[in-house]
Design a protein around this ligand. Structure first.
Ligand code: PBG
Length: 329
């Protein structure tokens, strides 16, 4: 049946009709807020390329988390900026490291909030790469996969011992989900889920994050471990492997330039899909909104809804607090 019998506009005539036939919705339950913690006291240092986002010290972070919990946001994901960086990224797995101290303080203050930690070495190494550097076969420095696994396991255990509710390895080493799962189970943490950054692309959209986490690579880039933006089949293999190794939630990152990957993941796999609406996706809309070129609320909510429509259940987003407020309006 086609025009004039069929008229698609009939169901768009007014707001109530549109509400009735709306296929996708965004809920506060879908949101995870990334937060950055650094040493010090009373610190609330704005990240210039991510307006409205800050590096916090543990005390101010706890206040922020109370507000986040009060807004009904279910979870935060923590990134640490250590006191000292070194070649082995030792503060990543130190029991009194910045993230461990933050977890303990948040868990004392917020009983409902799920505290997830980003498990990676790049914030803690002086070279800014996500693992242990060794010379590769061509004689060039590169991240050594198998030597890095042990450090990621130690980091995960430190976070979970401090009270983390979930760990999220973001390094893209092969085999890390399986190693972390085994170690957690061995230590009596069989009930702690792993959210794997499964299909993480080597993306230019992480630019502002590297300012936020003070973690740009000091040489080269991350393309020997993060994925080539051209590859969809490879993304599906990465996700499949992380599921086989025991991931409970799999993530696609970034989100908006990779909605096709999210869609395929949602079609092919039955476990919850998360998507990371990354720093660059946030910064570009913020910048355009500051110039008056875009309506921030509209484009932010449209972006988040699109990520849901593509098939994600969870969204890591720097708009989590704003979105929670907008949804409550
Ligand atoms: C750590 C990590 C990064 C992001 C999350 N975890 C940076 C990177 O891989 O370079 C980026 C998040 C964002 O851009 O918002 N490896």
């Amino acid at each position: 049946m086609s025009f004039p019998i069929t008229r698609m506009r009939r169901l768009r005539r007014n707001a109530t009709l549109r509400r009735m036939v709306r296929e996708t919705s965004l809920s506060v339950d879908d949101l995870i807020l990334p937060l950055f913690v650094r040493p010090g006291e009373g610190v609330k240092k704005e990240i210039s390329s991510m307006p409205g986002n800050y590096q916090w010290s543990v005390d101010t972070l706890v206040e922020e988390c109370k507000e986040v919990e009060g807004l009904g946001i279910p979870a935060v994901i923590l990134f640490g900026i250590p006191e000292h960086k070194d070649e082995q990224g030792s503060e990543a797995y130190a029991e009194d490291g910045i993230v461990c101290r933050a977890i303990e303080a948040i868990k004392r203050a917020c009983s409902e909030l799920v505290v997830i930690t980003d498990v990676c070495m790049c914030e803690y190494t002086d070279h800014g790469h996500c693992g242990v550097i060794m010379d590769n076969r061509d004689g060039n420095p590169d991240v050594d996969n198998d030597a890095t696994l042990e450090l990621l396991v130690r980091e995960s255990l430190a976070h979970v011992n401090a009270g983390a509710d979930m760990v999220a390895p973001s390094d893209m080493m092969d085999g890390r989900v399986g190693e972390i799962r085994l170690a957690l189970d061995d230590e009596g943490f069989s009930d702690v889920p792993i959210m794997a950054y499964a299909a993480k692309f080597a993306s230019g959209f992480y630019g502002p994050f590297r300012e936020a986490a003070e973690s740009p690579p000091q040489f080269g880039d991350r393309s020997s471990y993060q994925m080539d933006p051209a590859n969809l089949k490879e993304a599906i293999r990465e996700i499949e492997l992380d599921i086989e190794e025991g991931a409970d939630i799999v993530m696609v990152k970034p989100a908006l330039p990779y909605l096709d990957v999210i869609r395929r993941a949602a079609d092919d796999f039955e476990l919850p899909i998360a998507a990371y609406n990354v720093s660059g996706e946030f910064a570009m809309l913020k910048a355009a909104a500051a110039k008056g070129w875009l309506d921030e609320k509209r484009v932010a909510m449209e972006s988040l809804l699109s990520i849901k429509r593509a098939g994600a259940k969870l969204i890591l987003t720097y708009w989590a607090k704003d979105a929670a407020k907008w949804l409550a309006e």
